[in-house]
Design a binder for this molecule. Structure first.
Ligand SMILES: C[S@@+](CC[C@H](N)C(=O)[O-])C[C@H]1O[C@@H](n2cnc3c(N)ncnc32)[C@H](O)[C@@H]1O
Length: 249
């Protein structure tokens, strides 16, 4: 049966893990590919988002699309997260297996769960204090993922999302997209031994993902308040933060 047609307005990369196990195939090379595609800059973004997450008030954090656990590892390195608990989740068992090895020394503080960020029936309503997702919103149906984030957060809980964005100066953004379109297929092809999926989804997701302002409006449209964003690297990515309204509102 053909894969269901999905709207690119909801799923920027038009990616569905159920139909292409690309993250399973590239799991062992994922961290190296991040270094290659971003020229190492993803490390700065991950350090920054980990700090933003650690600085928010929470006891239980759910990290969606956690990948190889790089960001969770960085969150746990902040002294302020001592005594706090993280549920690190992903749809790919192979990505989670790498996260498990990376976080092996922190097992009492981290629980690893196989979860689809678009539909998390095993996570109860209003059961987590904070929900984070990094570089995951562009490769899933972000409206469904944001609905789920809102549902599982307790009133007053925080959403933190790191994602591709738009450089505010349009000519520079066009130059960035041109660089990505030219260099990524070449680098990606070499690094993955010809597995085009790895960079095709990424390119499509980066091209189609909304601007920081538009994403902030979408997040607010899902019921979050106090939505703010911070651009990193001129706007190549942005960190959005929002709050589920307190129960009294
Ligand atoms: C680009 S990686 C980001 C990983 C990690 N957050 C990081 O910043 O390095 C995207 C991750 O999202 C996962 N993923 C894709 N679709 C998903 C879904 N519907 N639910 C949960 N995880 C998903 C993939 O398996 C992959 O590990």
């Amino acid at each position: 049966m053909d894969a269901p047609v999905r709207s690119s307005t909801d799923n920027a990369a038009e990616f569905a893990a159920q139909h292409d196990d690309v993250f399973g195939r590239i799991a062992s090379r994922y961290d190296m590919l991040c270094d290659l595609f971003s020229l190492g800059i993803h490390r700065l973004w991950k350090r920054r988002v980990a700090r933003r997450i650690a600085d928010e008030p929470w006891t239980t954090l759910l990290d969606g699309a956690t990948g190889t656990g790089h960001i969770v590892e960085r969150i746990l390195a902040h002294a302020s997260t001592q005594g706090r608990r993280i549920v690190a989740s992903d749809i790919s068992p192979k990505m989670l297996a790498i996260a498990e090895r990376r976080l092996a020394g922190q097992r009492e503080r981290v629980e690893l769960r196989l979860l689809d960020a678009e539909n998390m029936p095993t996570i109860a309503d209003a059961s987590v204090d904070a929900y984070s997702i990094s570089l995951g919103l562009k490769i899933c149906d972000r409206h469904r993922a944001l609905n789920e984030a809102f549902r599982v957060l307790r009133p007053g809980g925080r959403l933190i999302a790191l994602e591709a964005s738009t450089i505010a100066w349009a000519p520079l953004h066009r130059a960035y997209l041109a660089y990505m379109s030219l260099c990524m297929p070449m680098l990606g092809w070499l690094a993955t031994g010809g597995d085009a999926s790895a960079y095709r989804y990424l390119l499509q997701g980066v091209r189609e993902f909304p601007s920081a302002e538009a994403l902030a409006r979408e997040i607010a449209g899902h019921g979050f308040t106090d939505v703010r964003f911070e651009r990193l690297s001129l706007g190549i990515v942005a960190i959005h933060v929002g709050r589920k309204p307190p129960a009294t509102q």
